[in-house]
Design a protein around this ligand. Structure first.
Ligand SMILES: Nc1ncnc2c1ncn2[C@@H]1O[C@H](COP(=O)(O)OP(=O)(O)OP(=O)(O)O)[C@@H](O)[C@H]1O
Ligand SMILES: [Mg+2]
Length: 395
């Protein structure tokens, strides 16, 4: 795998249920380092829930989430279901060989549950352990090749510092989320300085001078000024509040930023400014971004790949240009038909496609799943639809 292709985040069969509501149901995707991945879909389709699952706000129902190769979230429902099923079959089973098989299935899934619970709880610690081991290995090699005592001493000091950082690294703080509502997400009783530095303080940083320096740096980075540090959120406009929210996230030096509709509550005139700011930060800080939005027009110019969600399911996933060139799922087509066209003549002829799932699909027998129709272009469809899509493409 090349450096550019490194997968930073992998979401595998994510399910997040709230009682009977399947807010996210079996969603899988990955985000590569440096990429902007757009997640699009109408209100209530599970976008925010996906983001909140990734930052461990929930004990997810089922599936796994990996960040930097470390499993940070794991749900157990699929394993529990498999055990239940096996036990049920065992009750009426007379075949000794099959019973032995079922016992093995039960034991395997019990082990998976144990592993899932361990990873969910100890991901930070396990990652720090891994970093420490990697750091030691790296310096062991360097020390071996050192040619003088001064070099050895310098390396030893460097290693000590690197180990201190490695031990204290909390993996989960490397993922930060900018919230949908810039007003509700900032505590009105805290000053901007307190808001931006809260994460640092929680991480045990006490040096007031260092904290102030970081706060001022962040304010300037997001286009505000240091005089703003002593003020309260209500003294700012919506766009400025979103900048404060961005500063609060970026101060933690995240590698992945989840931007949950960061501009939908803002005035159209301010929207472009915030998008430009995110783009600039991505370049300057090497951020990877999961960008959540209602409609495709916002993510089009910003995202390398786009995932389209509908009612808890991912229904289509492709590179941005490819998705616009060959939209296949009827829901994606309806989203595209909602985008106004720049040319007034063609705009007049634009026909809105309304998506009606019951009329569009017959999933009574032939069941749908995510399938790769073109390289890297996945669509949720059944056998009949897959054939249809391929035929339309002349494949
Ligand atoms: N904490 C919760 N408890 C119960 N149900 C929830 C909870 N959070 C979300 N839901 C439900 O899960 C579904 C998905 O919600 P979610 O907020 O993820 O949607 P969304 O795609 O972000 O929508 P929007 O575009 O309006 O922000 C909705 O039906 C919502 O009512
Ligand atoms: Mg939302």
């Amino acid at each position: 795998m090349s450096e550019q292709q490194e997968v930073l985040l992998r979401v595998e069969n994510l399910c997040q249920y709230f009682g009977p509501t399947k807010a996210v149901d079996n969603v899988s995707f990955d985000i590569k380092k440096g990429e902007v991945f757009g997640l699009v879909g109408e209100s209530g389709c599970g976008k925010t829930t996906t983001g909140r699952s990734i930052i461990k706000i929930y004990d997810i129902t089922s599936g796994s989430i990996y960040f930097k190769g470390q499993r940070i979230c794991a749900g157990t429902k699929s394993y529990r279901d498999a055990i239940k099923e096996a036990k049920k079959e065992k009750r009426t089973c007379k075949d000794d060989k099959r019973i032995a098989e079922l016992n093995e299935i039960i034991a395997d899934n019990q082990a998976e549950i144990k592993k899932a619970k361990f990873d969910h709880k100890h991901s930070d610690h396990e990652y720090a352990k891994r970093l420490v081991a990697e750091t030691k290995e790296k310096y062991a090699k360097k020390l071996e090749q050192a040619t003088s005592e001064t070099e050895t001493k310098a390396l030893q000091k460097e290693m000590k510092d690197a180990l201190r950082v490695a031990k204290k690294t909390k993996l989960i703080t490397k993922i930060q989320m900018i919230f949908q509502d810039p007003i509700a997400s900032l505590d009105p009783r805290m000053t901007v300085r307190e808001i931006i530095s809260e994460g640092l303080v929680i991480n045990g940083i006490k040096d007031k001078e260092y904290i102030d320096k970081r706060v001022y740096e962040m304010l300037e980075l997001v286009g505000l000024v240091r005089e703003h540090a002593g003020r309260y959120p209500h003294e700012f406009s919506g766009g400025q509040r979103q900048r404060i929210g961005i500063a609060r996230s970026v101060v933690m030096e995240p590698e992945l930023l989840i931007a949950d509709e960061p501009i939908s509550a803002l005035d159209v005139s301010i929207q472009a400014q915030v998008i430009n700011l995110l783009n600039e930060l991505r370049e300057r800080l090497g951020l990877t971004i999961l960008f959540i939005a209602h409609d495709l027009s916002v993510v089009k110019y910003f995202s390398g790949r786009i995932g389209v969600m509908y009612y808890g399911n991912m229904v289509e996933l492709a590179e941005t240009e490819e998705l616009f060139a060959h939209p296949m799922h009827p829901y994606t087509r309806s989203l595209l038909s909602a985008i106004p066209l720049p040319d007034p003549r063609t705009e007049k002829q634009r026909v809105r496609i309304i998506y009606n799932p019951l009329a569009s699909h017959d999933y009574s027998v032939d069941k749908p799943s995510m399938r790769e129709i073109l390289p890297g272009h996945f669509v949720r469809c059944n056998d009949a639809e897959e054939q249809q899509y391929k035929k339309e493409l002349g494949l």
